[in-house]
Design a protein around this ligand. Structure first.
Ligand SMILES: [Zn+2]
Length: 374
């Protein structure tokens, strides 16, 4: 593809993009559910234990890996104008960091199910997966899709690849990427009777709450609420736990259990204002047994931010929020050894380092179109 279709594409984008940019209405600040009442859940444990360590910030990477199918793979004449092609943006993510996969396909009316992207480790095993969603079309009529993935913190760094499945024509080849390794903090956390019971005692309500949250987080919608980088949810920079911390919980009877910290903890006094890290829709705002008063916001297809242990909640489910909208005040509800905010980001169900989304936008439409059609 050369310049003219791309210029036309930009015009088309200007004309037709608005519906995808959801205009975020003001959050209905109201009806805080304050009840300390239980709901249910699993070990999304967030404990403010230990002291502040330097905050890690993801180094922005703009390496791009690309692959294109030979013209022979294109079945129709129009398709020859726009061969299927794919690119990985941020093709060198570190453990725990997100990346986008972009795909351009010849138009196919009535496509039943969207293609899927998989992250393969060096042994070819699938470690993460995401469903593509449409982000528009180019001037030559190619459909443009994106899938958002994150590298599990438990994966091994090194060579990896992205595989795309569900294409109508012969598939694209796997796209090689390199996953950067990193060190995670190890910590041991002593739990008192109450917190030991919260983690260890079976409770059908916890199971129910966990299943409900998993159902939400596995959902890949189609709405694009947030295209810019995220902002931190509090002004404080005092962090008491970090993304990916390898934790040992020590119970009152001396037994232990291992866990990986899924988010970032800010050690802040009860009553500190907590705000949304990006525009989106509130998909959960209620008390839960383990995570206390909790808010979950959907930002992009399969991308969610989570806020736990709030003292009070100031938004309602289905509210649209802006970056900076007050979600509530921080506290120590649920499983917490002291007042703190647990802030977490999920991408395609995977715990993701929130700092990586502050460093660079995960979905950059201009970058995607430039990489696919330049
Ligand atoms: Zn936490």
């Amino acid at each position: 593809m050369k310049k003219s279709p791309y210029s036309l594409l930009k015009v088309l984008l200007l004309l037709f993009a608005p519906p995808l940019f959801c205009a975020a209405a003001p959050a209905g600040c109201a009806a805080g559910s304050r009840a300390a009442g239980p709901s249910g859940e699993v070990p999304a444990a967030s404990v403010s234990a230990g002291e502040s360590a330097p905050a890690e910030t993801a180094a922005p990477e703009s390496a791009v890996a690309e692959t294109a199918v030979p013209e022979a793979a294109a079945p129709a004449p129009e398709a020859a104008e726009a061969p299927a092609r794919a690119a990985v943006l941020n093709a060198a993510p570190r453990l725990g960091e997100p990346f986008a996969v972009a795909l351009a396909l010849p138009p196919e009316p009535g496509r039943d199910s969207p293609p899927r992207a998989f992250l393969l480790d060096s042994a070819g095993r699938r470690t993460a997966r995401a469903t593509f969603f449409s982000i528009g079309a180019n001037g030559a009529g190619a459909e443009v899709w994106a899938a958002l993935l994150a590298v599990p913190s438990t994966m091994r760094g090194g060579e990896a690849a992205v595989r795309i499945e569900g294409l109508p024509a012969p598939g694209l080849e796997d796209i090689p990427i390199t996953v950067g390794g990193r060190e995670f903090v190890s910590e041991t956390i002593d739990l008192d009777d109450l917190n030991t019971a919260l983690r260890t005692e079976p409770d059908p309500r916890k199971t129910g709450e966990a299943e409900q949250l998993q159902t939400i987080l596995r959902r890949t919608g189609t709405r694009i609420y947030a295209e810019g980088p995220f902002i931190p949810p509090v002004t404080s920079t005092r962090r008491t736990s970090f993304y990916g911390d390898r934790r040992v919980f020590r119970y009152t009877d001396g037994s232990t259990d291992n866990a990986i910290h899924a988010g970032v903890d800010y050690g802040i006094p009860t009553g500190t204002r907590v705000s949304a890290c990006a525009p989106g829709r509130v998909v959960l705002a209620r008390p839960r047994i383990v995570t206390g008063n909790s808010v979950v916001i959907e930002h992009l297809p399969g991308v969610y931010s989570l806020y736990y242990h709030l003292d009070s909640i100031a938004v309602r489910e289905d509210d649209l929020v802006m970056a900076g909208t007050i979600l509530g005040e921080s506290g120590a509800t649920g499983l917490a050894t002291g007042p703190h905010l647990h802030w977490e980001v999920r991408v395609a169900g995977e715990n993701t380092d929130p700092d990586a989304l502050i460093a660079r936008p995960l979905l950059d439409r201009n970058e995607i179109f430039a990489k696919l059609f330049e």
